[in-house]
Write a protein of this length. Sequence first.
Length: 142
Amino acid sequence: MKHNDTTDTTKHDAGRENDVARGVLDAAFEVHRALGSGLLESSYEIALCHELRLRGLAFRRQVPVTVAYKGVRLDAAYRMDLVAECCVIVEVKAVERLERIHEVQLLTYLRHTQLWLGLLINFHAPLLRDGVRRVVHGSPSL
């Protein structure tokens, strides 16, 4: 999948996207259970990729996002951490707490890729379930 070769958000398959999200979250919970909190974001990203591979989930890592303005490409070096099964954006964090700016970042990626569902996963949270946010394209402005 090229980053612009995505489905129209009006024709997304919510069931499939939710299944993929569930698979990603199961993998993330396994990584967090094994490693705990306190590592760098990049370490969790690598471990999550390994766990996704073990579970047979396809993904792309560090996927570029192109922003267009009046016919001009703005190559601002935006990169999504992961795109799972060509339909769910995954942003990996290792921060004290998720902030509004993290959700806005993910919503921006959703808008510019025309994907529908994104996950913010903060591995620094003592309980990972407290560090997970679902962000949906078309959500009210954050």
